[in-house]
Design a protein around this ligand. Structure first.
Ligand SMILES: Cc1cc2nc3c(=O)[nH]c(=O)nc-3n(C[C@H](O)[C@H](O)[C@H](O)COP(=O)(O)O)c2cc1C
Length: 367
């Protein structure tokens, strides 16, 4: 295993380079956790591949005065539409874990969504960054535990509550199972006292017994009525669930297939996005994640209906390669790629990206 970097070498210029560098610096246990998807990893691979079937256009004589990447969400201004997705147990790949990510978020003025399964405390994270923080909730069987966590996030000034609905149980990740993945003793979901065990392991006993205590729409309604935070549902892969979210007064959704880590053979996230966006018609903002590696991917997601995007695995690759520096540099690369691509496509702000015409590969249909 190679040493973590404290500088950025010349050949580290893209998120794919980070992936390569990170894989040389992660132990086999962390590698199996981060670089795995469910089952045959069809969805995991397709998330990224699908972007290569979508093509952009250039418009290079536009007046780009006042160009910027700002967006407004829930009355807040965010400096860029690229956010950090909730990723569990970041100390697996870096001694400082989420604290290093929060330092990077602070340096790059980026919104960070903190996982329920963060290996650092919410207090320490919020003391580290003055950039906006969101809290991601995996609904726990004991509603008091959920409410306690939500109150803590509210009191610490978190701006939104992201409820992840697509992982009531852990996906069957064979790569992890083969590697015998385990959480080292010093790493745990430090913010939760009684964690739902079925969310943390993919070795189940009595799976269908577990099913009866899993969250339902009633829990979503209860939580929505018991917080003053904006509520975002993450893990929407169907039009019907997107419509239901709107009906319940949910503030935003995240179109996401959890990086292909839950149910294998879901379509790529970017293939799901347009049909949901066509149905929602701007009634609530849609966030997007899954496979984003390039500024051009960010543009494609926005042109297909996303208000903002999140990156997940690239956080772990940045951390594993160079800690906080690596995550900050990852964000810098992606934002600069977005800015360069905005100039080529002739769009001076994120709103204009929404009107871009895309072309699809001959045999490729999104909707
Ligand atoms: C190692 C790992 C851990 C994750 N942990 C969480 C989590 O705790 N909560 C959650 O809602 N999503 C979690 N996700 C999913 C991400 O939030 C996000 O949906 C996904 O990683 C986006 O795809 P990308 O990795 O291709 O950017 C995790 C993803 C990975 C790769």
């Amino acid at each position: 295993m190679k040493e973590k970097l404290d500088f950025i070498p010349n050949d580290l210029v893209s998120l794919k380079d980070y992936e390569r560098y990170a894989k040389e610096r992660m132990d086999l246990n962390s590698l199996a956790y981060v670089c795995s998807g469910a089952g045959d990893e069809i969805t995991f691979r397709r998330n990224e591949e699908a972007f290569s079937n979508i093509f952009l256009e250039t418009n290079t004589l536009e007046d780009l005065g006042g160009a910027n990447t700002k967006i407004e969400l829930f009355g807040e201004t965010y400096s860029s539409p690229i956010f950090l997705a909730p990723v569990a147990y970041q100390k697996l790949v870096d001694f400082d874990g989420e604290i290093a990510t929060a330092q990077a978020a602070n340096a790059m003025n980026t919104c960070m969504c903190v996982s329920s399964f963060s290996s650092s405390t919410l207090e320490d994270i919020s003391n580290t960054t003055s950039s906006p923080l969101w809290f991601q909730l995996y609904i726990q069987a004991d509603m008091n535990t959920n409410i306690k966590l939500i109150r803590k996030a509210e009191n610490l000034g978190f701006k939104a509550l992201v409820i992840t609905i697509d992982a009531p149980i852990s996906g069957l990740r064979n790569t992890e199972q083969r590697a015998g993945f385990y959480l080292p003793n010093e790493i745990c979901a430090i913010n939760i006292e009684n964690i739902n065990p079925m969310q943390t392991t993919n070795n189940f006993e009595n799976i269908l017994d577990i099913a009866k205590i899993l969250p339902t729409w009633k829990d979503i309604e209860f939580i929505k009525n018991n917080t003053n935070l904006s509520v975002i549902l993450k893990g929407i892969t169907s039009v019907s669930y997107a419509k239901k979210a709107v009906e319940l007064g949910i503030d935003a959704i995240v179109v996401s297939n959890h990086a292909g880590r839950t149910l294998d053979t879901l379509p790529a996230s970017i293939e799901i996005l347009p049909k949901i966006a066509n149905e929602i018609k701007g009634k609530i903002p849609i966030l997007f994640d899954g496979g984003i590696k390039r500024g051009t991917d960010v543009i494609k997601a926005i042109a297909l209906g996303a208000s903002a995007v999140m990156i997940g695995r690239p956080i772990m690759y940045g951390l594993a390669t160079a800690g906080a520096l690596g995550v900050a540099h990852t964000l810098k690369i992606l934002k600069e790629e977005l800015e360069v691509s905005m100039i080529f496509t002739g769009c001076k702000n994120i709103e204009e990206l929404k009107k871009l015409e895309l072309t699809f590969n001959n045999n490729y249909q999104l909707h």
